[in-house]
Design a protein around this ligand. Structure first.
Ligand SMILES: *Cc1c(COP(=O)(O)O)cnc(C)c1O
Length: 368
């Protein structure tokens, strides 16, 4: 630590300089995060000091967290669903698997059946929880193969996982078929909709992925991705309102006596930020935003194909992937690469149509 404090102006000029080293969102095509909506920023600043980890001190903020959960419960066709605001998909996935493990304490060598397309947070979660992770291959459309999933389930399986909007290829697994399988085998079925949970409900033709399917037990969704909230904002939803109470531990010196959350101290600011965007935009506003992102995704795919870059998949949500090489990408554009080596671009709300055209123009010139 500095021995003598630094004057504020000097400090903030140093911070400004560092902030300028961050990439310009105009060129970021690789991220599932985006610029927060102005109403999220406003709500975030307003609730800056709130701590949801001690809800008795912040009953107003805590009621807004409940309201956010209610919004998702209604959107996901189960008005009585329970849940809480997490720090993001990683925590939601970890807590869902922790729940599965706690519910089936007597299984000595538990396993979770997870598609090979799963986000790396499942690897972390299984490591922490001491669960064997069983990978299920994908079909040729890059969706989890439901029959192969059923074959992997045995008496030690505590959870089945499906992805609604895969991180790398934007695919929605056959959630309805997987829900049936989970029901038949009586295992917890967790749907990771971290990305797709704020896209799929607003599509012209929504794909069933939520509590409208009887086998779905829990759902993860991240408002800090397509929900345009400030970071960090995720949610874990449970069909049964009190399911998470199985994770309760005693919290002696707080205003509540028990908690099931992973973090103790939890920020209220991004949670109210998430609610602010949902209530400000409403279903109509979300539909319009999603429509724009999908239009841009289709335009990008069509444009890339005219340059001879074949698509790697035909996505269900706004993630576009191509067969391309690193040297095909002009500076200063920031793209990403999938594990199998495909070019990946996420058409987030900050990636406006005009940015897609600018990228296509640059890549076209490089290949002229
Ligand atoms: C982003 C993502 C996660 C991880 O979410 P974080 O908020 O980064 O922890 C998990 N699953 C899927 C499908 C994701 O896209």
């Amino acid at each position: 630590m500095l021995n003598k404090g630094c004057p504020e102006e000097e400090l903030f000029s140093f911070f400004s300089q560092k902030k300028r080293e961050d990439l310009d969102h105009n060129y970021i095509l690789s991220s599932m995060c985006t610029l927060p909506h102005p109403v999220a920023v406003r709500a975030h600043c307003m609730f800056m000091e709130t701590n949801l980890g001690d809800p008795g001190l912040f009953p107003g903020t805590a009621s807004l967290e409940q309201l956010l959960i209610k919004r998702f419960a209604a959107l996901y066709h189960c008005p009585d669903a329970g849940g809480y605001a997490t720090s993001g998909g990683t925590e939601s996935n970890l807590q869902a698997l922790r729940l599965a493990k706690v519910q089936q304490k007597d299984i000595p060598y538990p396993n979770a059946v997870v598609p090979e397309s799963a986000h790396f947070s499942f690897k972390k979660s299984c490591d922490i929880l001491g669960i064997e992770m069983r990978g299920v291959p994908l079909d040729d459309t890059l969706r989890m193969d439901a029959d192969a999933a059923a074959e992997q389930i045995d008496s030690n399986t505590i959870a089945l996982v499906g992805i609604a909007g895969t991180t790398e290829y934007g695919m929605v697994d056959p959630i309805a078929a997987l829900a049936k399988i989970a029901n038949q085998h009586n295992v917890l079925f967790h749907v990771d909709a971290a990305f797709g949970g704020m896209v799929i409900p607003f599509l012209d033709k929504p794909i069933p992925f939520d509590f409208s399917l009887p086998g779905v037990t829990t759902i993860a969704v991240d408002p800090h991705k397509m929900g345009m909230s400030t970071i960090p904002a995720g949610c874990l939803l449970t069909r049964e309102p009190d399911l998470l109470h199985a994770l309760n531990i005693d919290t002696p010196y707080l205003t509540v006596k028990q908690e099931f959350t992973l973090a103790g101290t939890r920020p209220g600011a991004p949670v109210v930020g998430a609610l602010a965007v949902m209530d400000y935009l409403g279903v109509e506003g979300m539909r319009a935003m999603v429509k724009g992102c999908l239009k841009n995704t289709r335009r990008l795919i069509a444009g890339m194909e005219t340059f001879g870059f074949e698509r790697a998949a035909t996505p269900d949500v706004n993630v576009a992937t191509f067969i391309a090489k690193k040297e095909d990408i002009p500076a200063p554009w920031k793209v990403s690469w999938t594990r199998p080596g495909h070019l990946r671009i996420v058409c987030m709300p900050h990636v406006h149509g005009e940015r897609i055209e600018a990228f296509l123009k640059d890549i076209g010139e490089l290949h002229a």
